[in-house]
Design a protein around this ligand. Structure first.
Ligand code: BG6
Length: 485
C-alpha cells in the first residue's frame, strides 16, 4: 500500500472565495470584499476612497495612497459577496463531500465574521455558523482542516492601523485565535496560521497601503510573531492541536547549467524557503539577514521576539503546489507565462493550462523531496488542482477528463515521493473541490471543482450544484486509498 491508512484525502476552499454571506449574520467587511472581478487579461481592482473623498481604483497588487480606505459601492459586482454561497449551502455541499468519501475538508474562518472589525469584539452569530459547519463535517466523519487566515483582513484594521505593518495587529489576531481555539477545541485538530505566507504583500491580503520591501518584511515579521504566538497559545488550549504553516511552493529550475542560472534558481527557491525556515526552524536564515543589511531594511523587533520564533515552531508544512518555474541570470531574455501571484517563466518541456500555468507533476515530487529532505517534518499538500473552463453538455453532464488526467499524474507523483523517496506526506486537499471564485482573476469560469456550481463571472446563476465526471473518479481514488487512479 502506498498511502498510509490514515491519509487525509479531501478538498480545500477559502472563505473569501467560497463562503459568500458578505454582511450576513453580523460579519464585517474585509479587504477582499472591495476587490472587483477581473480576467486573464484584465487585473482585479481595489476600490478605495481617498482622504479627499474621491473614489478611485488600483490593481490588486498596487500601493494605496496614505489614508485611503476600502470602499464598496452598490453598482459594482464584487465576487466575494456571494461567491458560491457555502454560507447557505453548507449542508448540501458537505453531503456531497461525504459522498466522495472525503476524510478531511480544508476551509478558512473569516476573521471579519468572528470579529467584525478585527478588534476584540466577538460576533456570536459568526461563531455559531462555524459550529454548525464543524458539526456537520464531524457527523459525516470529515476532519476539518482550518486555515485561520486566508488572504484577507477585516477592512477596519486596514483602514485604521495599516493592517499587518502595525504591531497592534498581532494582538488583535491573537484574540481572534484564542476565540476560535477555545470555541472549537473539541471539533478541530488541524490548523494552519496564514495561507501562502510568502505571497502576503498587498492591501487586499494584509491591509498594508505601501508594498515596498521595508513594509513588506516588517509585516512578515509581525506575521511570523503572530504565528509563533498562535502555535504556543493553541498548544496550551489543546496540546493535541496540530498547527502548521502554509506556503506557496513553486520549485524553480535553472534555465541552463550555466552556473549563474543555477545560482538564480537557488536564490528563487530560498526566497520561499525563507518563510518556512522561520516557521519550522525558528530563526531568520543568514542570507535574509545579509539581504536586509545590503538593502537597508531594518526589522523592528521587540525583546523576546527571537525566543518566540524559536519556541513557536509549527508541527507540519502545508503547501500549495500548482506549477514550477524557471530561473535565469538574464531574465530579460525569457518568456513569461501565467501564475496568480506572480508570472512564471515559460518552460518549453511543459504544457500549460488556459491561464498559462505550467503542468508539472514531476515538480510535485521534486517539491516533496526538497521540503522533506530539508525540514524533516510532516508535509500536507493543501492545494493542488487544475483551473479550466468546463462545458455543461446538452444532457447536463460535465466531462472534465483533463482534470482527471491532471490529478492522476500529480497523485502518481505523490505516490512516488512516498514509496521511493520516503517522504512523510499526511494528506492531500485538492484546491476548489467545489467551484469557487478564482483568487487571481476573480473569475468563475476558471473552475477547479469536482462539483460544478451554476454561477458566472458577473454573479448570475442559480448556484445549483452538479457533479462533474471527476466526482466519481475522485471517489474511487479515495475509496482505494490512492491505489486506483
Ligand atoms: C492559491 C491560493 O494561490 O491558489 C488560492 O491559496 C487560489 O486562494 C489558488 O484560489 C488558485 O489560484 P487562482 O488564481 O486560480 O484562484
Amino acid at each position: 500500500m502506498s498511502f498510509p491508512s490514515n491519509f487525509l484525502w479531501g478538498g480545500a476552499t477559502a472563505a473569501n472565495q467560497y463562503e459568500g454571506g458578505y454582511l450576513s449574520g453580523g460579519k464585517g467587511p474585509s479587504t477582499l470584499d472591495a476587490i472587483t472581478g477581473g480576467s486573464h487579461d484584465s487585473p482585479r481592482m481595489i476600490t478605495y476612497q481617498t482622504k479627499e473623498g474621491t473614489i478611485e481604483r488600483v490593481t490588486r497588487n498596487q500601493a494605496l495612497p496614505e489614508g485611503a480606505i476600502g470602499y464598496i459601492d452598490e453598482e459594482t459586482y464584487y465576487p466575494s459577496h456571494v461567491a458560491t454561497d457555502f454560507y447557505h449551502h453548507y449542508k448540501e455541499d458537505i453531503a456531497l463531500f461525504a459522498e466522495m468519501g472525503f476524510k478531511c475538508f480544508r476551509l478558512s474562518i473569516s476573521w471579519a465574521r468572528i470579529c467584525p472589525k478585527g478588534t476584540k469584539e466577538v460576533n456570536e452569530e459568526g461563531l455559531a455558523f462555524y459550529d454548525r459547519v464543524f458539526d456537520e463535517l464531524l457527523a459525516n466523519n470529515i476532519e476539518p482542516v482550518v486555515t485561520i487566515n486566508h488572504f484577507d483582513i477585516p477592512m477596519y484594521l486596514a483602514d485604521t492601523v495599516d493592517g499587518w505593518s502595525d504591531r497592534q495587529t498581532i494582538d488583535n489576531f491573537l484574540f481572534f485565535c484564542e476565540t476560535i481555539f477555545k470555541r472549537y477545541k473539541e471539533k478541530v485538530t488541524y490548523w494552519m496560521t496564514f495561507n501562502e505566507i510568502n505571497f502576503l504583500r498587498s492591501w487586499t491580503q494584509i491591509g498594508i497601503h505601501q508594498n515596498d520591501s521595508q513594509t513588506k518584511y516588517q509585516a512578515a515579521h509581525h506575521l511570523f510573531v503572530a504565528s509563533a504566538k498562535a502555535v504556543l497559545l493553541g498548544k496550551k488550549i489543546n496540546p493535541d492541536f496540530q498547527i502548521g504553516m502554509m506556503v506557496a511552493y513553486i520549485p524553480s529550475y535553472p534555465l541552463s547549467c550555466r552556473p549563474e542560472d543555477v545560482l538564480a534558481a537557488l536564490q528563487f527557491n530560498r526566497e520561499q524557503e525563507f518563510y518556512i525556515d522561520v516557521q519550522v526552524r525558528g530563526y531568520y536564515p543568514a542570507h535574509k539577514l545579509k539581504q536586509f543589511e545590503r538593502e537597508g531594511i531594518t526589522i523592528k523587533k521587540e525583546a523576546g521576539d527571537d525566543e518566540l520564533l524559536s519556541e513557536g515552531t509549527v508541527d507540519y508544512i502545508g503547501f500549495s503546489y500548482y506549477m514550477s518555474t524557471v530561473a535565469t541570470a538574464t531574465p530579460e531574455n525569457v518568456t513569461y507565462v501565467g501564475g496568480n501571484q506572480m508570472p512564471a517563466v515559460k518552460n518549453p518541456y511543459l504544457e500549460e493550462s488556459e491561464w498559462g500555468w505550467g503542468i508539472d507533476p514531476v515538480g510535485l515530487r521534486i517539491s516533496l523531496s526538497a521540503l522533506y529532505d530539508r525540514y524533516h517534518v510532516p508535509l500536507f499538500i493543501v492545494e493542488n488542482g487544475f483551473g479550466a473552463v468546463d462545458i455543461v453538455e446538452a444532457d447536463g453532464t460535465i466531462q472534465d477528463d483533463y482534470r482527471i488526467a491532471y490529478f492522476q499524474k500529480h497523485i502518481q507523483a505523490m505516490k512516488e515521493a512516498i514509496t521511493l523517496d520516503g517522504v512523510d506526506l499526511i494528506g492531500y486537499t485538492t484546491w476548489g473541490c467545489i467551484d469557487l471564485v478564482s483568487a487571481g482573476t476573480g473569475e468563475m469560469k476558471k473552475r477547479y471543482g469536482f462539483i460544478h456550481v451554476d454561477m458566472d463571472d458577473n454573479g448570475h446563476g442559480t448556484l445549483k450544484r452538479t457533479k462533474k465526471k471527476s466526482f466519481d473518479w475522485y471517489k474511487k481514488v479515495i475509496a482505494s486509498n490512492g491505489e486506483e487512479l
